[in-house]
Design a protein around this ligand. Structure first.
Ligand code: XIL
Length: 537
C-alpha cells in the first residue's frame, strides 16, 4: 500500500471533488456548460456533474437562443441545462437577459417604445419560465453595459433608450421572479480601475433609487501575460460594502500558446488567487469557471494565439490549475508547512507626493504549494499597516501622504498560507504636494445628437494636498437647453445655471483622487452648443 504513505493524513477529504470543499465553505464552484458536449460526451457530463455545485449556460439562455423571433420562445437548450442541474443538485445562474451581443436583429432595429416592450416581454418570458424552479436562483439581468473606459457603452440599447433600460430591465426581472438574485455583470472590473469604479458608482446610484440590483458579477477573463489584479479582494470587498452579493462569473485564465509547465504554474497561481479572494470576502457567493475543459473553450476562437485557459486539458486530465482551485477551496494543501524565503530589501523609485514604486529580489518557495504573493507593510512600531499586495516582486504604492517618511518591508506568502520572515526595511520620503484643496472639473461630451447630448464623465479631481469631503461644480446651459437627467451628483437648476453637488457616496476625495458624474440635456434642433466654463469648489 505505497499510496497510503504518499497521501496526506486527511486523504478522504483532500481527494474530494471541488464542490464538496466549496459547499463546506458555503460557496459555490461552478462551470459554464455547452449543450452539445453535455448531450454527447459522457466524460464531459461526468465531470460537470461531480465537480461542480453550480452551472451557467454558456450560450443557451441568451436572447438569440431563447427568443430568436419576436414572441417565439425556445427553451430546448436552456431546459437541458436546467434539467441536468436539477438531477445533479446544482444551482443555475441565468445568463443573460439584456446584452448587446447574441441578440437578434429584430430587437436591434426596434424604436424606443417597441424596444422597451420587447425587454419587458423577453424578461417576463424567460425569467418567468423558471421563476418557480428551485434550481434557477440568479440572473445576469444586464451584461457589459460599460465600454472599456467605464463610459456607458453606446450599444443599440443605450442609443435607443438611454441609460434607463438598465433600471427597466432590473424592475422587469424582479416582477417576473420576486426571489431571484439579480446581477449586473461585466469584464475588466476585477481590479480597482476606471471601469470598476464606474460600475461601483452605477450600482450605488441604482440601489439608492430603489432599483433591485442584488449582485455584481466579475467575469474574470484573465490572461497570465497581463498580470494578476492584486486588488481583486479589496475591490470585491468595496462592492460587498454597498450591500450587494459579489461573484466571479466567467473565470478563465488564458496563456499564449504553446502551453508549458512554467505557464501552467503561473496559471495555477492565478486560479488559486481568485478562489482565495472569493474565500476571503464573506459576500462572495462563489466562482464560476467559463467551461472546464480546454476541449471546449471560447478562448482560442476569440483571442488569436491564446488558449489552454481552463482547469482540465483537452483529454479531460486535471491540470495544475485544477489542483490550485481544489487546494484553495480545501483550505490550502495540508502538507506544506515550509514558508517561502524572505524577500530582498525593497528599493524605492518614482517617488512623488502620493506614490512610489518598490522593487525587491524575489522569494523562493520549496514547500510545494508555490509562491502566492507579497505583502508590503509600513513599519510604525507595534501596529504595522498593510500598504499593498502584489503577485510580482514589485509594487506601485498610491494614496500616500505628501512630505512623509515611510519605512517599509515586504513578506512573502505561499499557496498554503505560510508567511516568510520580513525583508530588511527601506525608507523613502514622499515629496511636498500642492498646497490646500484645489478641485477641478473636466467635462467630456460623450454623445451628441440633433436635439441633445450626454456629458459624461465630468471628472472631478482634488488636485490639492489634503482630503476634501465635498465638492460643488457649476456650469451654465446655453439658452434653450434643458437638463433631462443626471447621475452620481445632486443637481439643482436655476434658470440656465446648474449646480452639481457630490452625492453622499462620492464627496470624499483624498489628495489627488478623482470621481465623476454625468448629465443629459435636450436642446433645440440644429443647435450645436454644449456648456463651457465649469467651476469646481
Ligand atoms: C461567449 C461564449 O463562450 C461563446 O461560445 C460565444 O460564441 C460568445 O460568447 N462575456 C460573456 C459571455 O458574458 O456570454 C461570453 O460567452 C464571453 C464574454
Amino acid at each position: 500500500m505505497l499510496a497510503a504513505f504518499l497521501l496526506p493524513a486527511t486523504a478522504a477529504e483532500a481527494s474530494a471533488p471541488l464542490r464538496t470543499h466549496a459547499a463546506a465553505r458555503g460557496k459555490f464552484i461552478g462551470a459554464a456548460l455547452a449543450t452539445s458536449p453535455l448531450s454527447g460526451e459522457s466524460s464531459y457530463r461526468n465531470i460537470a456533474a461531480t465537480e461542480f455545485n453550480q452551472v451557467t449556460a454558456e450560450n443557451a439562455m441568451k436572447w438569440d437562443s431563447t427568443e430568436p423571433s419576436q414572441g417565439q420562445f425556445n427553451f430546448s437548450g436552456a431546459d437541458a441545462i436546467v434539467n441536468f442541474a436539477t438531477q445533479n443538485n446544482q444551482q443555475v445562474h441565468g445568463h443573460t437577459l439584456v446584452w448587446h451581443q447574441q441578440t437578434p436583429g429584430w430587437v436591434q432595429g426596434l424604436g424606443a417604445s417597441a424596444m422597451r416592450t420587447a425587454i419587458q416581454n423577453h424578461i417576463s418570458g424567460v425569467v418567468g419560465r423558471y421563476a418557480d424552479n428551485p434550481a434557477v436562483v440568479s440572473w445576469d439581468v444586464v451584461n457589459e453595459v460599460f465600454d472599456d473606459n467605464g463610459n456607458m457603452r453606446t450599444s443599440f440599447w443605450y442609443n435607443t433608450l438611454g441609460q434607463s433600460y438598465i433600471a427597466d430591465a432590473f424592475r422587469a426581472a424582479r416582477a417576473a421572479d420576486s426571489n431571484a438574485r439579480l446581477c449586473i455583470n461585466d469584464y475588466n472590473v476585477e481590479g480597482i480601475n476606471a471601469k470598476s469604479t464606474a460600475m461601483y458608482n452605477l450600482v450605488s446610484s441604482l440601489r439608492q433609487q430603489g432599483v433591485p440590483v442584488d449582485c455584481v458579477g466579475f467575469q474574470g477573463h484573465l490572461a497570465i501575460q497581463y498580470g494578476f489584479p492584486n486588488d481583486l479582494q479589496q475591490n470585491l470587498q468595496r462592492f460587498a460594502d454597498l450591500g450587494v452579493q459579489v461573484r466571479i462569473t466567467e473565470l478563465d485564465i488564458r496563456m499564449q500558446m504553446p502551453r508549458n509547465s512554467s505557464k501552467d504554474s503561473t496559471q495555477a497561481t492565478y486560479y488559486r488567487n481568485v478562489v482565495n479572494a472569493c474565500n476571503a470576502v464573506t459576500a462572495c457567493a462563489g466562482v464560476t469557471i467559463w467551461g472546464f475543459t480546454d476541449k471546449y473553450s471560447w478562448v482560442p476562437d476569440t483571442f488569436s494565439g491564446e488558449g489552454a485557459a481552463l482547469i482540465y486539458d483537452e483529454s479531460y486530465q486535471q491540470k495544475p490549475a485544477y489542483t490550485a482551485v481544489h487546494d484553495a477551496l480545501a483550505g490550502g494543501t495540508s502538507t506544506d508547512t515550509t514558508p517561502p524565503s524572505a524577500p530582498g530589501t525593497p528599493a524605492s523609485s518614482n517617488v512623488t507626493s502620493n506614490s512610489a514604486t518598490l522593487t525587491w529580489a524575489a522569494s523562493t518557495d520549496s514547500g510545494g504549494s508555490g509562491l502566492a504573493g507579497y505583502d508590503v507593510y509600513r513599519e510604525q512600531g507595534t501596529n504595522d499597516t498593510l500598504l499593498g499586495r502584489s503577485t510580482t516582486a514589485s509594487i506601485n504604492l498610491t494614496g500616500l501622504t505628501p512630505s512623509t517618511e515611510y519605512q517599509v518591508y515586504v513578506r512573502a506568502r505561499d499557496g498554503a498560507g505560510n508567511v516568510s520572515g520580513n525583508s530588511a526595511a527601506a525608507t523613502f520620503t514622499t515629496t511636498t504636494g500642492p498646497v490646500g484643496g484645489a478641485c477641478t472639473a473636466t467635462p467630456t461630451v460623450q454623445t451628441q445628437w440633433n436635439t441633445g447630448y450626454v456629458v459624461q464623465p465630468v471628472t472631478v479631481t482634488n488636485g490639492g494636498s489634503s482630503a476634501i469631503t465635498g465638492w460643488t461644480v457649476t456650469f451654465t446651459l446655453p439658452s434653450g437647453h434643458t437638463l433631462t437627467g443626471s447621475w452620481n451628483a445632486a443637481v439643482t437648476v436655476s434658470g440656465q445655471n446648474v449646480t452639481a453637488r457630490n452625492a453622499n457616496y462620492n464627496g470624499n476625495l483624498g489628495a489627488g483622487a478623482s470621481t465623476s458624474f454625468g448629465f443629459q440635456v435636450s436642446r433645440p434642433s440644429g443647435d450645436t452648443q454644449t456648456p463651457s466654463s465649469y467651476t469646481c469648489a
